[in-house]
Design a protein around this ligand. Structure first.
Ligand code: 5GP
Length: 189
């Protein structure tokens, strides 16, 4: 997606060698037209997978996951994040570190909205170390559902997340890959 790359180059703000702020188009403000294009692209890539539900983690994955779910004609389920774990019946839960917030949160999905009959497409905004993705993958496995793949808007390939997910044999598709944020510039892969 050349257009997305261009928007990232123009509107992304480098916070450090590790972190790129994408508030203008992904993490604070959302461009509906661009987001629907992302959703169409994910739907195109996974259209043969007979997806029954799209799953993401709140909050920044929701807009693009909605777009993908809309294009695939299936429901979107977003995992909720909570700071404390009081065991809740019928909730599947995993504890994950948050890359940007420096805290640990629990992500939860109700068993009402994910089951062994599902073929799940996981969608998220950015992958760094892959902790959020790994937590969600564990939840999907425990539900008995099948994970058909992961669609990520921005993969930072200099961090290990994308690679470790693929090493688990999971199909991970990213729309834009960033190889480096060093020297104050965004280098695309
Ligand atoms: P991970 O669990 O893969 O380490 O981090 C994934 C989550 O952390 C993403 O959903 C995203 O919200 C946030 N994140 C990771 N890296 C960045 C970054 O460079 N910029 C922003 N804005 N968020 C990030």
């Amino acid at each position: 997606m050349e257009k997305l790359k261009q928007r990232i180059a123009e509107e992304g703000v480098i916070v450090s060698d590790q972190v790129l702020k994408l508030d203008a188009l992904l993490n604070h403000q959302v461009d509906p037209q661009l987001t629907m294009e992302m959703g169409r692209e994910f739907a195109r890539r996974f259209k043969l997978e007979q997806v029954t539900r799209v799953v993401t983690v709140e909050s920044s994955g929701i807009a693009v996951a909605f777009a993908a779910a809309y294009e695939l004609g299936v429901p979107l389920v977003f995992a909720r994040r909570k700071k404390t774990l009081l065991a809740e019946a019928d909730m599947l839960c995993e504890r994950v570190p948050s890359f940007t917030k420096g805290i640990v949160t629990d992500i939860l999905i109700s068993r009402d909205f994910i089951s062994e009959n599902d073929r799940i497409l996981f969608i998220d905004d950015i992958i760094a170390n892959g902790d959020a993705a790994k937590g969600l993958i564990k939840i999907i496995k425990r539900s008995g559902a099948e994970l058909v793949g992961a669609g990520i808007v921005v993969e930072k390939t200099f961090q290990a997340g994308g690679r470790t997910i693929r090493e688990q044999g999971i199909r991970l598709e990213s729309l834009v890959q960033i190889a480096s944020l060093a020297d104050g510039k965004i280098t695309f892969a």
